[in-house]
Design a protein around this ligand. Sequence first.
Ligand SMILES: Nc1ncnc2c1ncn2[C@@H]1O[C@H](COP(=O)(O)OP(=O)(O)OP(=O)(O)O)[C@@H](O)[C@H]1O
Length: 582
Amino acid sequence: MFKKFKWFIDYYKKNYIIGIIFLLLSDVVSLFLPYIIGKLIDLIYNKGIDFDKFIKIVIFTFFVVIIKYFLAMGWSYNVFKASGSIEYLTRNKLMNKFLRQSQEFFENNSTGSLMGKSTNDIQQISIMAGYGTLSLIDSTILPLSVIIVMIVTVDLKLTIFSILPIPFIAFAYFKIGKRIYDKSIKVNKSFDKLNDNVLEDAEGIRIIKVFNLEDKRRKMFYKNADKLAENNINLAKYQALLAPVERIITSITFIIAISYGSYMIYTSKLSIGQIVSFTYYLNMLVWPMYALGDFINLKQQASASMDRIEETLNYKEEISDSSNKIDAGENIDILFDEHNFKYPSSKDYILNRINLSIKNNKSLGILGKTSSGKTTLIKQLLDLYKVDKTSIYIGKYTASDTSFKLLKEKIGYVPQQHMIFSDTLKNNILFSNEKASEKDLNKAIEMADFKKDIEEFPEGLETMTGENGISLSGGQKQRLSIARAILKNPEILILDDAMSAVDANTEKNILANLKKYRNNKTTIIIAHRISQVQDCDNIIVLENGKIVEQGNHEHLIKDNTWYKRQYLKQIMGDEIEEYSKK
Ligand SMILES: Nc1ncnc2c1ncn2[C@@H]1O[C@H](COP(=O)(O)OP(=O)(O)OP(=O)(O)O)[C@@H](O)[C@H]1O
């Protein structure tokens, strides 16, 4: 029953043991009070008490209350400290898992569901670890001790008759508990969907406004919010069913106790003080009944959350690096030897029999129609997907023998989709190399032809970029990303369509800078415009995942190649542009 939660109980065993001991002591101390009050009433009723004795009993009662207060502090601190730490620990565990996952994982798990797991689900587990522990002890050990004390200090028969209806509560709880689990799963799933909805709206607000889609998105949001509300209401219905069951059965126990107890007083089998103590004890059984309901409720919700979190924690990791992997070293060539690749979700191969040598210190241009596999080819080196590492050679080793972690340290990558953090321009660039000197930072900015723009920003490098670089133009975002990659001074720089949003002049400047400052390093440029790759030492043209043309510019324009046709089109386009400017 508690297998799922065992790991965290084991982890905070000390806190749980101390907390539970304090809780049990606090419950034991509570048992004294009804007994003292009953005795006091009997003493007063039988006129067997003098003032001194009365004061002594009052002081003792006060003392018991103080002890109970300190014991409560002790259990509360230990149990809730453990539950808070469990929340922290689980969140870290999840985050570590996310960071170690391949791209496939993020394609199979929506951002909303990952957020739901790291917030809502973790909170359910934390509540179970804290309040759940309290309700578990108070719904099992406390009622058992109360019942024993009732039997010993009052009467066996009266106790048995009065608590007879209680098992019905347990029965009802177990029946309803299963429903609560199912409904909780549904609530969590609709919460994920709503999360996704909000994230998409926040990220895509500009496009939503441009296409006048506010009403459509609003309706979609209401639909998802309604679904969440509906599932929450369904869950609440089953949770609410517990309350009347508790109330009715509690009332029945009191009716039995008072009726049978009065009869016992009438037949002189019970004193007035004893019946007062008894009702007090009975009252102490009310909370455990609620606690049992709460515990079952919480346990089912936390179980549902734990299953979701465990599903993520048990997700197979594509560990690419183990400690015995070799560092391929510096100044390495990369070789693709009959390399094939397909995405986990794709039917056909996206890369087909790729044979390519990426020479150290040389530049490689990658061209091809859209969707021909240019980015996919580069992704083979970024450890994002499970790739066949036996057909890739890094230096003299196969990729399966070498450490991709160390290889990635040598790579600077400018992706097509830029990730701009909501921070200053400076920190965004420094992201690749936090310890870079002012001089290197300025050099990277100059190489990316970003200097003029920065000077025009009101606060220069300290200007905030806004979320996702909202205050930057497309070309500025590209140059920020280029500066970030250059600042790392990588052995291998990869620009994936990274100059598509800059004008011809800026493109020329960036290319000239790369040529000048990176002449002894490897540079890979994926582009649609010939002008970005024509100076590269080697150029490949991809079509449907195959290399169909290869060579340098001079070689490729000799024959009637796709490259040559593109080149001629580009020259004509440039000439028409020049002519129209005149
Ligand atoms: N994560 C993915 N899962 C499944 N298929 C994918 C994935 N990413 C890309 N593809 C598919 O792989 C093929 C090649 O995509 P890729 O991004 O490599 O093309 P590209 O040549 O870089 O295109 P573009 O010039 O438009 O950037 C496309 O058909 C695309 O739909």
